[in-house]
Each structure stands twice: as structure tokens, then as C-alpha cells.
Design a protein around this ligand. Structure first.
Ligand code: FEO
Ligand code: CA
Ligand code: CA
Ligand code: CA
Length: 618
């Protein structure tokens, strides 16, 4: 059996050492090659990449930036487990952009990683705003393994960009409600674009879902902070009191004054008839589904799954005749973990029509009791504390999902990031990356001001995904040798890491763990000992854990999937070089240039193969 190694062990590679080099390191016998860096032309007129010359329209035909969650959809067989392993659609999220690397106007300016080029007469250049909006979203790219064993992009009618401007449907209880009526969609059924797509999910009917995570900061409401409506304030939509008093990229200041940009100021009003953007932000904060095989498919925001800073979504295996069950974390300090159970049941033969299962069901939020038990608390209007005085409808409750969860006594977690389900046991694992905002600890979140993070796991009662009770324990306390634990032992030099974020089980039961130490902390002080962000591999059964990969400078490792045969792995490197300071950028001294293809560092996928053609991890 090629899935294992001698003695039936899952892990067969030698650990990679901590590193702060500007390169990707993998174990001996493995190789890692960049593929599809930001700006690679994939569709349309196939504009060649030139960061200082490409237009906003060009970016809509190229790979977006800041690669994140991704999945490989086999073309032959179309089965995620048994489909072909040489030809498929690689579908990935692009979480955000780094404007200083995108525009000729930025050259020589003192810009840090979040800054946009200086305003001119209080305005931003509209085409720069367009380029940034088009750098967000999702890429669908056909890739194929050539005769020489190398993976290459294939020009294909299915190649596609979804961006911050792509028209989308709203489905589920919020569709058509007053909360999503906008100038763009007076009947509240459509919304323009998706933003800050962090991790993803794959449904049991083989569609892709993108999560909208830190969307709130893309909007501003020019009223005092205390006057924002609760559906904005609880999520952090910016206000007149924010510093600076502008949205993340200031798109609302585009010099064209076009509706596509102005909408990011929800208080904007103007000459145009019915100019009213008050509900624009309510169109964001959802999980979004689309069919990657149909380039004309319209993405659908599935509102029954709740509105928050969705990190991603993870589904239990589809079982014929049973409800569909998935989990999603809200990645912000002291937020919650949610579960959704469909009312209807999965029927494989229905194919894409199973998507409607995500429009009608029960959303629950988790309470982790200190005795190792847990409860799923339903978020249903009219039940218990969720009175009709608080929320007049399920639509209003869902738009305010965090407030509903506050009311039922859910457990505030240390920033829930990715989840993963053990294919052998059905046990659910979630990363809790860190939490500078924790003052009071509990058993499930045992560290005050958690700096290193941990991984929690649970088993549903009776091992039934639809259960409303569960048993949990902490699988791994991340951190340095002196403050960490796996199976009762401190982590060794081959294991230390911090801020676990990406998480994925391969079909053989290897748990892949990716880290995201923030740019402000990495390679400094107490964090020097962890080196650059990395990926480890664990066997939860044997409790082995070893570092498999260390990435280049300034980045986070996020997103991982293999081909069905397990012999090619795709991993994303997001925001390499991001630790370059504003002064260094102005002086043209970059702290990290990986993958060394052009002027600036570029987020990129890496393709990992084994020299002997074996399964990755063996
Ligand atoms: Fe986009 Fe929570 O990481
Ligand atoms: Ca993440
Ligand atoms: Ca993170
Ligand atoms: Ca990051």
C-alpha cells in the first residue's frame, strides 16, 4: 500500500529545520516548484504580467493575489477521492492585496503592507481601485501534469476569475429581506462581488465554497462609532471615529465616482437617483457557493449558514438520505464555532440541486463545557433567549448572527480558523490560532492572552454528525518547548510552531497543519525561535508530529490539497515579503522577493512532489 510507509506508519519523511531563509524548504527526497503566482494570465486576452503596467481590467484575466484556501477538482471522473490525478481544475481564494506592489504610482512612496498610494486631491485613481477589487476573489484554472512530470496551466474555457465585482445571488432566509435591498438590487436578491475570501469548503456534491472573512473593514459608515447600526458595529464596519477614517483601501474615494466604488461608503449619497448604500455591507459576511465546472455559473451567498468573519467551512461526508452537516469558525478574538444541519437530505443523483440544502436548516453555535462535554445551541428566532423582540425574523437574526450567539451563552474561542474532519474516525479538529484579547480562561481556551494557539477536537454524540451534544479535548497546545504539549509531552525541535491556522486531513488520515504568525511578530523577539511560517504533518493515531515545510520570508503558509492519488500536493504561500517596512519599500530594499520572478515578491502556489513518485508524507 503506497499510502503508508514501512511498519504501517503514515509519516516517513525527515523533519525540516526551522529557517529564516527566503526560500521554500521541504524534506530530502521532495521538491517544491512555484506555480500560478499572482498575475499569471489565465483567461480572456491573457495579458502578460507586469505589475507596473497592467490595468485594472488586465487583473480580471490574471491570477488574483494573496492565495489562500484551495481545492483540486479532478476533471476525469470528477470524484474528489477517486478521480484522475493528472488533470483538474485548481480553484483558489485570493484573500486580499498589497497595493504597494500593484501600482506604478507606489514606487518610491513610503508604504507599509496595508497602505495605498497617497491620495491626489483627496481621491484614489479609479483604475487602481479596479485592479485591487479584481485582485480579490477566486481563480479557477485548469492544470495538467505534462510528460515531463511538471504541472502547467492549460488555457481552457473553464478558466475563470470571480472578483469583488462578480454578480452573485443571495439565497436562504435573508434573500429578498429589507436588509439586503440596495440600489444595485432593489428586491434584495443580488449582490456585487465577494471579498476577503480566506479558506474554502467543498460540498458533498462537489461544488466550491468561499468564505468572506475580514469584509467589515472594507466598508465605512461616516457617523460616530456609537451611531452605526448593530449589524455593522458588532462586525467592525469602520466609522467616522476610525483611524484613519476611511475603508481598508479607500475604494469609496475613487476619482471616477462610479457606483462600483462609492458603495463602500454606506453613508454616501449623491446626485444619482436612489443613491442609497446603507445595506451594502449586509451583502457580505457569508459563505458563497459556485460550480467550478460551469464558467457561467452564478455564485450564491448561502445566508442560512450565518453572517460573521467566516474563515472557511468543512463538511461531513455526504450520506445518501441523511442531512448535510458542516462547521464554520468565526475568526476574530473571542468569537464562536458554528455548525449547520440541513432540514432536507442529501441525494447524490440530484447533483447541484443539493445546493438548496444550504438554504433551509438549523444553525447552531458551540458551547464547550469545562467537563469535556459540549452542546450545540440552536440559533432560531422565537426560541429561548432569541425573542421576536430581539430579532423580528430569521433573516434579521442571521444578519446579526454574532449577537444571536452572544445571547445563547456560546463559548468565546481563541480565534477559530480552519476545521478538518478525520476520514477514519469522523472526529472534528479546529485550529484556534491565538488570542491577544483573552482575559478569562476556560478549559477549551486555557491560556490568557494566548500567543501560540492550540488545536481542539470533538466527537459528536453517537458519532452522529447531527447530534446536539459532543465530547471534546485539546489535541495540541502549540508553542515553544517550554510551553506546549502533544500527548503529554512538550514539543521537540522538530515540532515547535505557533499560530496554527490552515488544517487539512488527507485521505489516509495525515493531518496537515499550517501556521500564520502575524507579520508584526514574525522573526522578532520570542518569535525568532519559530522561524518563518511552516507546515507540519501529524498522525493523530500515533501522535507523531513533524515539520514538513518552511516557507520564505514574510509569508504565511495557507491552503493545501493533493491530487486524489496523493502524489502531488498543492500548497499556497501568501504575502511573501510582507515584512518589508515602509522605509525599506521607499528605498527599494525588499525584505524577501520570493519566488524571484520579477520586481516584487508574489503570492504563489507551490507544487510538491516526491522524487520517487510516492505519496506526499511518506
Ligand atoms: Fe484569513 Fe483567519 O485567516
Ligand atoms: Ca487563515
Ligand atoms: Ca490567520
Ligand atoms: Ca496573513
Amino acid at each position: 500500500n503506497s499510502a503508508g510507509v514501512a511498519g504501517g506508519r503514515l509519516l516517513g519523511f525527515s523533519a525540516v529545520a526551522i529557517s529564516d531563509a527566503d526560500t521554500v524548504r521541504v524534506p530530502p527526497g521532495y521538491r517544491a516548484q512555484p506555480l500560478l503566482p499572482w498575475g499569471t494570465p489565465i483567461t480572456g486576452r491573457m495579458p502578460a504580467f507586469d505589475p507596473l503596467k497592467n490595468s485594472g481590467a488586465d487583473q480580471a484575466s490574471q491570477m488574483g493575489s494573496h492565495h489562500d484556501g484551495m481545492h483540486f477538482f479532478p476533471i476525469e471522473g470528477r470524484d474528489p477521492f477517486n478521480g484522475g490525478s493528472d488533470d483538474g481544475l485548481l480553484v483558489m481564494n485570493h484573500e486580499y492585496v498589497e497595493p504597494r506592489f500593484m501600482h506604478a504610482s507606489a514606487v518610491g512612496q513610503k508604504l507599509d503592507r496595508d497602505a495605498v498610494p497617497a491620495l491626489v486631491n483627496g481621491k484614489r485613481v479609479a483604475d487602481e481601485c479596479l485592479k485591487e477589487l479584481n485582485g480579490h476573489g477566486v481563480s479557477v484554472v485548469r492544470i495538467r501534469r505534462g510528460e515531463n512530470g511538471r504541472w502547467e496551466m492549460v488555457a481552457d474555457a473553464r478558466n475563470r476569475r470571480i472578483t469583488g465585482l462578480t454578480p452573485m445571488e443571495i439565497a436562504g432566509p435573508v434573500r429578498g429581506s429589507d436588509f439586503v435591498r440596495t440600489r444595485y438590487s432593489p428586491d434584495g436578491t443580488r449582490v456585487r462581488g465577494t471579498l476577503n475570501n480566506c479558506a474554502h469548503g467543498v460540498t458533498p456534491w462537489n461544488t466550491y465554497m468561499m468564505a468572506e472573512e475580514n469584509w467589515a473593514g472594507y466598508f465605512i459608515n461616516r457617523v460616530p462609532a456609537g451611531e452605526r447600526p448593530r449589524e455593522q458595529s458588532r462586525y467592525g464596519v469602520r466609522s467616522r471615529d476610525s483611524k484613519p477614517a476611511a475603508s481598508r483601501y479607500g475604494w469609496e474615494l475613487a476619482d471616477s465616482g462610479a457606483d462600483d466604488f462609492v458603495r463602500f461608503d454606506v453613508t454616501a449619497t449623491g446626485a444619482a437617483a436612489n443613491q442609497d448604500y446603507r445595506n451594502e455591507a449586509n451583502g457580505f459576511g457569508w459563505m458563497v457557493e459556485f460550480d467550478p465546472f460551469n464558467p457561467a455559473s452564478t455564485p450564491v451567498k448561502r445566508t442560512a449558514l450565518g453572517r460573521f468573519a467566516h474563515e472557511g467551512v468543512i463538511f461531513h461526508k455526504g450520506v445518501e438520505g441523511q442531512p448535510v452537516v458542516c462547521y464554520s469558525g468565526d475568526d476574530a478574538t473571542n468569537e464562536y464555532i458554528y455548525k449547520y444541519v440541513s432540514r432536507g437530505v442529501f441525494e447524490r443523483a440530484k447533483g447541484l440541486a443539493n445546493g438548496a440544502l444550504l438554504d433551509d436548516g438549523t444553525l447552531y453555535v458551540a458551547r464547550f463545557n469545562d467537563d469535556g462535554t459540549g452542546d450545540w445551541l440552536p440559533l432560531v428566532v422565537g426560541q429561548g433567549a432569541l425573542t421576536r423582540e430581539l430579532f423580528a425574523s430569521q433573516a434579521e437574526l442571521l444578519v446579526n448572527t454574532r449577537l444571536a450567539a452572544d445571547r445563547v451563552g456560546a463559548t468565546r474561542m481563541d480565534r477559530p480558523e480552519w476545521g478538518a474532519i478525520d476520514p477514519k474516525t469522523g472526529q472534528v479538529y479546529f485550529t484556534l490560532t491565538n488570542n491577544s484579547g483573552r482575559n478569562e480562561t476556560n478549559k477549551a481556551n486555557p491560556r490568557a492572552k494566548s500567543r501560540w494557539g492550540h488545536i481542539i477536537r470533538w466527537t459528536e454524540a453517537g458519532n452522529s454528525p447531527t447530534a446536539t451534544h459532543f465530547k471534546w479535548d485539546i489535541f495540541l497546545l502549540s508553542g515553544p518547548a517550554g510551553d506546549s504539549e502533544l500527548a503529554g509531552k512538550p514539543l521537540s525541535a522538530e515540532q515547535i510552531h505557533n499560530s496554527p491556522d490552515g488544517l487539512w486531513f488527507d485521505r489516509n488520515g495525515r493531518l496537515w497543519i499550517q501556521t500564520d504568525i502575524s507579520e508584526s511578530a514574525m522573526n522578532k523577539g520570542d518569535y525568532v525561535q519559530f522561524g518563518n511560517n511552516q507546515m507540519l504533518c501529524a498522525d493523530p493515531n500515533s501522535k507523531e508530529l513533524r515539520r514538513f515545510l518552511v516557507g520564505p520570508l514574510g509569508q504565511e503558509i495557507t491552503g493545501v490539497v493533493t491530487t486524489p492519488d496523493g502524489r502531488t500536493m498543492f500548497v499556497n504561500v501568501q504575502h511573501p515579503g510582507a515584512t518589508t517596512s515602509a522605509d525599506e519599500f521607499a528605498a527599494g530594499k525588499l525584505r524577501g522577493t520570493w519566488p524571484n520572478q520579477g520586481r516584487y515578491p508574489r503570492s504563489s502556489t507551490i507544487v510538491i512532489t516526491k522524487d520517487d513518485g510516492g505519496v506526499i508524507g511518506t
